[in-house]
Design a binder for this molecule. Structure first.
Ligand code: FAD
Length: 494
């Protein structure tokens, strides 16, 4: 288990100031970000250990805004040090996740401190306020790591130790590279290289006690993360239990009843996938905990299809890591096409009625409408259907993938800075290891193949087959032809 320094890690610092402590024992500040859990949390564990029996550990979450913004700021560009401003569904999730975390910390004697603002100001300020001897955090790999570099420097300057940990990916981006020392651009060799590294470490246990001290905290409800007028979150509440306990319940349910049917994962009616993505996104469960649980389930004499299912599932977890490593080396992932030739793609000026029909699930294409309604109602959408609705928007409506990505960002509870743009670029053909542009999903054939009894469509589009269901807003054949012509025009312009 390597804690602290890693070659290539830009945020870790070592010093021994913590051992000095104060008259009342050392003061440790643990800054949680996308790791809202007690179990397998190296930064939290190190903070508690550093405080020791006489010291105190203060745990903080910062609602980060770019410098100069009062609340959640405008969209930050790729050079910004602030994380991307959260979408509405993610804000809903964050509220409940923080609430669960505060309860869990309270149960072991701790307290969650909430602060809002530019982390580069808030963290050094809080460290000074509480007289912290050291600050601990788990590393992140998004553009917000720029903030961590600044904060590390400020803390060090102020004589406070700053230590960062490997916690939220099985493989940190700089540790898996091609023989030439460059990032992988194709998933299969990337994942093969990951599998050739030593087995991921076992997860750390949750701490059983923490000594805290009174520190001012914002009030969670004052952050206004929940929708009020109107309250559109009833479907989210019915679908999800944010927080660490909810995450482990999902994992257990999947391992008991789901993973054995994972070969049916492409069928949206069945729900045989893990439903772990928002829990992983907010770090309520670590990938090490997921890996370990699957490994244990698999080593209990599992062979054949069950073993294949487990390997396939872990490779999907690998896609999360692959997308993160792409973002790490290509920070403009949500703004720019990874393949530069797509800058010349002749996107249509979006027809606002068509766009609204796509968003609302009124396109007259049943599988597309079912998916878009599932998304609006539950904050998620089955992976196969995500590919179909994205392909429909990009290819049949010729709308720039960035517009669809932004809608998903606002409405998905698992909206992820790497996986969302990474997958949109995959469907568009503009990304690394992407589906070729000319692969246009046919939503009717996809429905026949993956929803053969129409169960999923009926669940979300009950009026399908009645006169109240709209006619298709576009002709699938004709628009497919237009998409291929647009692609040829782009190629010809090279
Ligand atoms: P499972 O099949 O149980 O997979 C296990 C875990 O592997 C998931 O929880 C997730 O963390 C990871 N995973 C699976 N597939 C992918 C993938 N293609 N890319 C990255 N990670 C993957 N996933 C997100 O987590 N956040 C997003 O913002 C996101 N946006 C997407 C946008 C589009 C257009 C598409 C086509 C896919 C997107 N995905 C995104 C990937 C995928 O659809 C979801 O991860 C998956 O549906 C979550 O369901 P699950 O947890 O039951 O998946």
């Amino acid at each position: 288990l390597t804690l602290g320094t890693d070659a290539g890690d830009p945020t870790s610092v070592e010093s021994s100031r913590l051992a000095e402590g104060t008259a009342d024992g050392p003061v440790a500040l643990v800054w949680l970000r996308n790791d809202l859990r007690l179990a397998d949390n190296p930064a939290l564990q190190a903070g508690i250990a550093a405080a020791g029996p006489r010291g105190t550990t203060i745990v903080v979450y910062v609602l980060e805004t770019a410098a100069g913004d009062s609340q959640v700021g405008p969209e930050a560009g790729p050079d910004s040090a602030a994380p991307r401003a959260l979408g509405a569904a993610s804000r809903w999730w964050l509220h409940h996740s923080l609430s669960a975390l505060a309860d869990d910390l309270g149960a072991i004697g701790g307290k969650l401190v909430l602060r809002a603002g530019d982390a580069a100001t808030v963290i050094p300020g809080l460290a000074a306020e509480i007289g912290a001897d050291a600050v601990f955090w788990n590393r992140r790999y998004t553009n917000a790591r720029n903030a961590d570099i600044t904060i590390k420097a400020a803390l060090t300057e102020a004589g406070c130790e700053a230590r960062s940990f490997h916690a939220n990916l099985l493989h940190e981006p700089w540790t898996v590279q091609t023989g030439q020392g460059t990032p992988f651009r194709v998933f299969t060799p990337y994942w093969r290289a990951c599998l050739a590294t030593p087995e991921p470490r076992e997860p750390l246990p949750a701490p059983t006690g923490i000594r805290s001290a009174p520190v001012h905290s914002d009030t969670l409800t004052d952050w206004g993360l929940l929708p009020t007028a109107p309250d559109w979150a009833s479907g989210l509440r019915a679908t999800w239990t944010p927080g660490e306990r909810g995450a482990h319940e999902r994992l257990d349910a999947f391992l008991n009843d789901g993973i054995d049917d994972y070969h049916l994962r492409d069928e949206p009616a069945d729900g045989t996938t893990s439903w772990l993505s928002p829990h992983l996104r907010f770090g309520e469960i670590s990938p090490f905990a997921v890996w370990d649980a699957v490994r244990r389930a698999r080593s209990a004499g599992v062979t054949g299809q069950a073993a294949n299912n487990a390997a396939k599932f872990l490779s999907e977890v690998g896609w999360r890591e692959f997308n993160t490593s792409i973002l790490f080396s290509f920070p403009a992932l949500r703004e720019q096409n990874v393949r530069p030739e797509f800058a010349a793609f002749p996107w249509a000026t979006p027809d606002q009625d068509e766009l609204a029909a796509w968003r609302d699930g009124r396109t007259g294409i049943p599988l597309v409408d079912a998916g878009m309604r599932e998304l609006w109602h539950t904050g998620t959408m089955h992976n196969r259907v995500r590919m179909v609705v994205a392909s429909f928007l990009i290819k049949n409506l010729l709308v720039d993938w960035r517009i669809g990505e932004a809608w998903f960002w606002d409405t998905l509870v698992d909206a992820d800075e790497a996986s969302n743009p990474g997958n949109w670029q995959w469907v568009a053909g503009s990304g690394v290891d992407a589906a070729p542009y000319f692969r246009v999903f046919n939503p009717e054939l996809q429905a026949k193949k993956f929803d053969p009894h129409g169960e999923y469509v009926r669940r979300w589009v009950p009026e399908y087959g009645t006169p109240s269901y709209p006619a298709p807003i576009v002709d699938l054949r004709e628009t497919r032809g237009n998409a291929l012509a647009a692609y040829s025009a782009m190629r010809a312009a090279l």
